[in-house]
Each structure stands twice: as structure tokens, then as C-alpha cells.
Design a protein around this ligand. Structure first.
Ligand code: ZN
Length: 61
């Protein structure tokens, strides 16, 4: 079995771990009903529709 010859330094270890955890910008699309920016696969927070069907009753101020 392969055995590491040298102990991995904290810096190299943390670099390796950090390389696999990137912050990715959230995907944003537009609501077909109210044209507000929405997160895909989530009910629109502005008008309460998902795939053009009303799902939530949103209070109108
Ligand atoms: Zn909407």
C-alpha cells in the first residue's frame, strides 16, 4: 500500500480542500407573469406562480 513520504502541510491541505468549494452565483431567470427576477424551480415570490399556474395567494398591498 502506498504510504505518503511527507506529511502534507496545513497550507497544501487547505489549498486542496478549498479548490473543491467554490462560491457559485445563483442562477436567475425572469418570471413569465410579472417579469421579476426569480430563482428557477422555485415559486415566484412576487406573484406566487410556478410554471404559469397560481400556487400561492400573495397579499396585495
Ligand atoms: Zn412572478
Amino acid at each position: 500500500m502506498g504510504v505518503p513520504k511527507k506529511r502534507t502541510s496545513k497550507q497544501k491541505r487547505d489549498q486542496r480542500r478549498a479548490a473543491n468549494s467554490k462560491y457559485v452565483a445563483v442562477n436567475v431567470s425572469k418570471c413569465p407573469k410579472c417579469n421579476e427576477p426569480i430563482v428557477p424551480h422555485i415559486v415566484c415570490a412576487n406573484c406566487g406562480t410556478y410554471r404559469k399556474r397560481a400556487i400561492l395567494k400573495v397579499a396585495v398591498d
